[in-house]
Design a protein around this ligand. Sequence first.
Ligand SMILES: Cc1ncc(COP(=O)(O)O)c(C=O)c1O
Length: 469
Amino acid sequence: MARSRTSSTIPLHLVLAPDGAGPVHRRLEQALRDAIRSGRLTPGSVLPSSRALAGELGLSRGVVVEAFEQLVAEGYLVTRPGGATTVAAGSTATGARVARPDVRLFEIDFRPGRPDLAEFPRRAWLRSIREVLEVTPSERLGYLDGRGVPELRSALSSYLDRARGTASHPDDVVISSGFAQGLGLVGRVLVDRGRRRIAVEDPSLDDSQAVLRAEGLTIVPIPVDADGLVVERLQTTDVDAVLVTSAHQYPTGAVLPPERRLALVDWARRREGLIVEDDYDTEFRYDRAPIGAIQGLDPDRVIYAGSASKVLAPGLRLGWLVTPSGLADELARVKTVADQGSPAIDQLAFADFLERGELDRHLRRMRPVYRRRRDALLAALARHLPEARPTGASAGLHVLVWLPPGTDEAAVVETAERAGIGLSGASRHAITPGPPGLVLGYGQIRESAIDDAVRRLTAVIDEVRGSTR
Ligand SMILES: Cc1ncc(COP(=O)(O)O)c(C=O)c1O
């Protein structure tokens, strides 16, 4: 009989983050989480006893017990009767979606969250890269301040104060590898401060939920209605922070009205809580003036988060946080532990790009392009799929389309993919199951191709509805 794998047969090879990167039990938790998520520790593996692992790592047993307990609570580990601790079945999937983004190619690509990559301003970017390589002294290519290069922090601070109504100081800006990493850094700092519970909108971006869970936070769903987050529900919920897409709720597209924005800030002040404002696509607003960031109402209570993923391209992996004063140092510390800072040349190029006004120019050029695509999509939906209800079309690069009740959403997504149409079902973002819907991105489909794309999508929906009727 095969010997069961025991402490003596599993070499764990755990590498803990260095001292100064948070309490030791957190660093152990993270090392174990990483090992499980990367697949190095597979479901069913039996871990060494807490005593043996403590001895191996030179830690006290209490530290190991605490780390095990946390990971049991998060669903990564299970304790078997008799005391053995094993890696939970399905635990590797928790971070899988974040770790493995969808890089498939489709003939018709309605997947949300993607701008038109063919419109990336290559010439202007090249000019900035060239400029940086010509003028940057060699010593600037060494190790970095975890907050990011000063030129970019300063250029972003001016851009955001002007374009997004933030009240920022360059010292409080932290550069991250996209919003996804920025949110992870915030999550880590919250956990390091002993904060465990964060409210999120229900529905909200599934990847963000996964990032927060992976950092060890408990996510508490708060419902969303036609006006976005139902802020009053926060008053009766015990949470330390809230993640909100106030300017254009993801995925419903609702815009948080002024009274709720004020109520949210009031909640944060009274609770001494933090608002994490994910401002991912507000630069593209078509029917009214962009709404200023909540951060401007109370910079001490809001972490503002932005990203180049919609305004330029996700592959740049450039994101930024504007933080309450004092928090930037803590975030920079965890950023340094994570990756020693984002690439210097890209940061410097982006600073140059902003300072030349190239982002403003690009947005001025793209806004009418996307507005026409949005209009074409709404017209095509009205023509081919009149029973569907599109919402949230006033901004951004996607609309949420509620499907007739009873439509099998998963079957629509699957059948569409087989027919070469990429899209996203609404239910992947819902924490509490909701009605069937599709999140349709129009950033990547040329205006002239939209009507035919919707016609083909409608044929898929009819096929699925026909077979389930
Ligand atoms: C709600 C939301 N926030 C943020 C982002 C940007 O994320 P990142 O900067 O990690 O690409 C996206 C991208 O799809 C998004 O949909």
